[in-house]
Design a protein around this ligand. Sequence first.
Ligand SMILES: [Zn+2]
Length: 220
Amino acid sequence: MKFRQPTSDQALGRLIAGNKRFANGLLSVDSIASGERRKQLAREGQNPFAIVLTCSDSRVPAEIVFDAGLGDLFVVRVAGNIVAPSLIASIEFAALTFGAPVCVVMGHSGCGAIKGAVSGVMRQQGSLTSNLDILLKEIEPAALGALASISGSARTKDLTDSVDEIVNKAIELNVLHSIEQLRLASPHLCELSEAGSFKIVGAVYDISAGTVDFMLPDIS
Ligand SMILES: [Zn+2]
């Protein structure tokens, strides 16, 4: 690798600063896709400083949310930001080939995939297609966990009144579940983490406020 990547914390710092600009309605010059930058990247190759696994939802475009430019982010998008072999492979590729020092697994408020999974476990019903059922199955552990945590803490309440609360909890649990799946399924990513050159970090994006809430106590 000719290019020197930032440390995991420096990369996170860049993401946090970029999201602050975005949430405040600002835009950095670097995020404007100039023809010159495009040609440079084609000529010299890419060196994305961060990997983002997030949802396909049209309201969650990672480059815009982090005010990032061409060649900055290696983005893997799938409904419900789930983890499956081809998605793990994409993340491994970016971590091993470009040395991207951080992977952010980012869920978001109002996620349709999570709502679908929660509704599936509450009503015991299938979704629109059998392929969608397979995807929602990946989110089921988070939906069940959220249902258990909310119904356990509010037994007297009718659960249909708590759907939003259950969905919000499931969004968070699903991010943690995806991180766990990534770690379990990829010894390569674990090795990089143990060597201190790679971090997997959870986050939830608020589609209304524009802010990304990172799940790390030491990250402000
Ligand atoms: Zn979503």
